[in-house]
Design a protein around this ligand. Structure first.
Ligand code: GLU
Length: 494
């Protein structure tokens, strides 16, 4: 019998997302329950958006949650390298194999030509996907471009019509119409593979037997199935897990909820509580109990118990569960240990010392001055902003624009933050000090405290944005209509 092998394949293009941890958890439990292995692979083929910082945070967060992998870029293993950017020659070789077998073709179309093609199809009311016959150029034109050394991509051939049936472990047979599937690019003009190519080749070479991933990948499955057929490889079993949702049932998004594991860590959630809560997302123990350990989940795991109704990631429930863990599982020694791990440690406190040193006369001045480094949402109400001489609408706009701007700041340090703040200050025609006054209150909860920019850096991106969003709520929130107007103005500013 083949050994069960599962994997998590994150793209290191941002903060470590709770959705990644959720999918990792289910893959880990599935593998362990079958006595199998769980692999971590970094899908960093998007060279523009992938960063080492993000990769580091993802690995660190998953490990913090107790989700250990058997093979991966940091621990090695027999199927490495486990970072796609280091596997370029493997994909090139496989793309060539598809070309030789006539399953793929070189496409010399320029992006202008592709745009024109799309436009003219739109005008004609043709909605289907781009097929090889739409893209292919006359033979002599191909030859000319080839001899002149034009850049090209390698695309896969796809059927014109018919139905592709995908078997899903939870959903049964899913039918996708081939007319909707385009002649996917496999290798880009710079020789880098696309997600589809690298994902299929790696899953095969790494011996993956079961692919458990988010339901947003269902539409990729036909392309993957076809690639397995072209290579004459056995396709892993597929299982598309339901997406995590905000309490309003929309897809969990950082605009509405903190989604970064960094936030939950900074906020003081225990890793075992967060892992337990993620295990409750669409899954339940046979006896329906809410509190269970990772070990227990592994023992009792059964993929068929996953229900497909969109699981709601509810902060209040998570907070309740976290409280249970603190009260029931931690004695004084355990709590002390947890507090040390969380923030009362040299590494964290050392970051705060330069902030408090110039402002204290006695050591006891530290607690009131640095309280915001050790708290969640500051205790503020709308009167906390009385000293800010901005009308309400402008104040809300300022806070909201800042939230949006901060979403894209990377790396999260003072050098990257400063230009954003300066630019927004100019936009609102406010001097730096006046611009930062309400931000100061939102972040520190008071009008006198340590430097707000430094506090933002130390607290991290998600905690900073969560506090700004909290301030917006305290100030009465932003209506749907107003949000639309703000979004428009924000886009114009970009
Ligand atoms: N790199 C993809 C992601 O970011 C992996 C999707 C898959 O599991 O196939 O989620």
């Amino acid at each position: 019998m083949t050994t069960v092998r599962t994997r998590i394949a994150p793209s290191p293009t941002g903060d470590p997302h709770v959705g990644t941890a959720y999918v990792a958890l289910f893959n880990l439990c599935f593998a362990r329950q079958h006595g199998g292995q769980f692999i971590l692979r970094i899908e960093d083929t998007d060279r523009q958006r992938s960063t080492a910082e993000s990769e580091h945070m993802i690995l660190d967060s998953l490990r913090w949650l107790g989700l250990e992998w058997d093979e991966g870029p940091d621990v090695g293993g027999p199927h490495g390298p486990y970072r796609q950017s280091e596997r370029g020659d493997i994909y090139a070789r496989h793309a060539q194999q598809l070309l030789d077998a006539g399953h793929a073709f070189k496409c010399y179309r320029t992006s202008e030509e592709l745009n024109e093609l799309r436009e003219s199809r739109k005008a004609e009311g043709v909605h289907g996907a781009l097929k090889p016959k739409d893209l292919v150029l006359p033979q002599e034109e191909i030859e000319r471009r080839e001899t002149e050394g034009w850049p090209y991509v390698i695309r896969m051939k796809v059927p014109e019509e018919g139905v592709c049936v995908i078997e899903d472990m939870l959903r049964g047979s899913i039918e996708v119409d081939w007319t909707q599937v385009d002649a996917q690019i496999l290798l880009k003009s710079d020789g880098m593979p696309t997600y589809h190519m690298a994902n299929v080749v790696d899953d095969h070479l790494m011996g993956i037997t079961h692919v458990l991933r988010g339901e947003e990948w269902i539409n990729s499955a036909p392309k993957h199935r076809l690639l397995y057929e072209y290579f004459d490889w056995q396709m892993p079993a597929l299982c598309h897990l339901p997406l995590l949702r905000n309490p309003d049932k929309t897809k969990l998004s950082k605009r509405k909820n903190p989604t970064s594991i960094n936030y939950y860590r900074r906020m003081g959630f225990l890793p075992q509580a967060l892992t337990n809560y993620l295990g409750r997302m669409g899954w339940s123990m046979p006896d329906e109990r809410e509190k269970f350990s990772l070990e227990e989940m592994m023992t009792h795991f059964d993929i068929q118990r996953v229900s497909l109704g969109g699981p709601v990631f509810d902060l209040e429930k998570l907070t309740w569960l976290n409280g249970l863990y603190i009260r029931e599982d931690l004695d004084d020694k355990g709590l002390l240990h947890a507090l040390r791990e969380w923030a009362f440690n040299e590494e964290y406190v050392s970051q705060i010392l330069p902030q408090v040193r110039p402002r204290i006369e006695t050591l006891s001045d530290v607690a009131p001055l640095a309280g915001h480094f050790f708290s969640g949402m500051p205790t503020i109400d709308e009167h906390s902003f009385d000293s800010v001489s901005l009308e309400r609408e402008k104040l809300l706009k300022l806070l909201q624009f800042l939230v949006w701007r901060l979403e894209r700041v990377s790396p999260w340090d003072k050098d990257s933050l400063l230009p954003e703040v300066k630019q927004l200050g100019d936009y609102f025609e406010l001097k730096m000090k006046a611009f930062l006054a309400p931000v100061f209150i939102a972040i520190t909860g008071s009008t006198t405290s340590t430097s707000v920019m430094d506090a933002m850096v130390i607290l991290g991106s998600d905690m900073t944005r969560a506090r700004l969003r909290h301030a917006i709520m305290v100030l009465g929130g932003i209506s749907k209509k107003q949000t639309k107007a703000f979004e428009k103005a924000f886009r114009e500013l970009e």
